[in-house]
Write a protein that binds this ligand. Sequence first.
Ligand SMILES: [Zn+2]
Length: 384
Amino acid sequence: MFASEANVEELISDFRLDGTTFRYSSFVPRLYNYVKSLGFKPGKILPSRAFCSDENQGYPIIVLAKHFGTFPFNLGRGGAVVAMDRHAPYAEHGEGLVIIQASHVGFESGEKSFGTYSRIHAKENQLGACCGKLSAIVAWYLDQYRIAQSDILVERCGDMLSLRIDNGLLRESRKDGLFLRLKRLVRPDVEGNYVPLHTHSTAKSFITSEGFRRQLADLEPDLQDGESVSIGDYLKPEMFYFRRNLDETVEGRHQQEHNLLYPMPWIVTSHWPLLTAAKINTQVEFDRTLRTVAHSPSFRDKCVFYISGLNIDISPKSGESFPTTKFVPWAAFMRDRKGKRRIIEQTELVALLREQSKENPDQINLEDAIRDMAEAESVVIEAS
Ligand SMILES: [Zn+2]
């Protein structure tokens, strides 16, 4: 789905958070009313969710159960990856199908920071990474990036600037690691080869390219002859990429990491890596799932509304039972009974949801439903 580097940057900035967020208590009734306006019949709508397995994804599920009058089908694998091999049983269980897919990220309202969440059931309410699965994936790449930031030195040799690059980063035969796009950083010789200016015991120095030298304009005046400094934040996402030996099986154990591999340089260099990773995972999953929803024979003769977005889990304060989860819509896809399809992009989707009422006369009272179940006449279970 990522055709170019510009495409990654555009996609990240297109997924806006300003003026696009809904509390779940407002999002779900609006979604219900919207699909009803499309002709979905009350009582015959089965929602499904593809969320991460964290306990903090439970509040959205409760709200979905209340407004749709049924527990949502579980269409998700850990890390909010859509389990496409469950399309057939899901489609069998409902007439109108509403799929909600969302990656998630924690938010601390005091610090106004993304990526952590207060685990109120843990000893001392400690802050934990959120999404924990994304954090575990991104940690290795962040580490590789930090090593490169410190192991590449900008040095002055007379009137030239050069880059002293650790040999470990230059070894092309590696299967895993951070690889530099040398053409963005250093000057080739007349034959287009990258020949070192100096060879050291564990590194090589190359003359910087004209383009990269311009990007070092702030740094250059402070650098004396023979002096060097780590490249640090001057190492930008378009200057490197990652390789990782991953299991390529579709929806296998590395599906989510696979989703993030190409855009990973933009994730590790972003201000909130886990927010960026969650947004990208949602975008890749939407793109990937849409085709199967559009073409799967399981959905023939069904109405399907598929919406993707981001769950922002705002840490509960002490005394609160659940997080105040917010939903940020990214895009939606609908397919009617006759196979007519439509994609709705973020701006239009937000406007469509805002137009809907957040009153839902069809919602159920969960307390009453639980009491009715407890008081219903007992059914005798007998094995014959
Ligand atoms: Zn998670």
